[in-house]
Design a binder for this molecule. Sequence first.
Ligand SMILES: CSCCC(=O)C(=O)COP(=O)(O)O
Ligand SMILES: [Mg+2]
Length: 228
Amino acid sequence: MTVIRAIVTDIEGTTSSISFVKDVLFPYAYKRLPAFIETHGDTPEVQHWLHEAAKEEGIVEAPRQDVIELLLRWIREDRKSTALKALQGMIWQEGYEGGDYQAHVYPEVSAALHAWRADGLHLYVYSSGSVPAQKLFFRYSDAGDLTPMFSGYFDTETGPKRERRSYELIAEAIGEQPAHILFLSDIVEELDAAREAGLRTGWLLREPLDVPDAPRHPAYRTFDDIVL
Ligand SMILES: CSCCC(=O)C(=O)COP(=O)(O)O
Ligand SMILES: [Mg+2]
């Protein structure tokens, strides 16, 4: 078996519960987005992402209120739009820094990350959440600041998570042959794309999901089950 030198992990459903993202982070952003755009809508960064969102929908000349309505609809639909994710990350920052919530990580995750680092592996994150949102997530996790564990972060600016090319670009950026990289996710289509690019894969099936009789990818209940 090829030696694993780097691990790339997804967040929602893999290191962390889906319910924290859907029931805490998304409602927080939903409630505050209109006021956030009102207050910060003229800053270059926010303007850039509002323009990108409008472009994605083909409504470039639309009034700001229409773009706000669009973003709120995308939050309801859990749309993995790079522009929406960038804006959500900016809104979540206030919640983390104000102590409104801490990011959930499953109980064994911190120890597993520390053990892999101690074994000399390099660890990375690849999530639909923006890179700044990923850094906030792990900085303010309920297991403490986990950012020192990670050597780098990737989001959908690298490419969509269900496309092989994204994983080829990540392998190039990491500087490892794909066969030496293990990608962990709860979404089988993401794992299929990673495998097409030559990466090893691990499918996190957190409770209460059933493990299929013949899973398409090596399947694990927790990070403790992963044998490298
Ligand atoms: C890291 S910020 C919150 C996560 C998020 O917005 C999201 O869409 C999670 O997607 P993932 O690719 O981690 O399943
Ligand atoms: Mg996921």
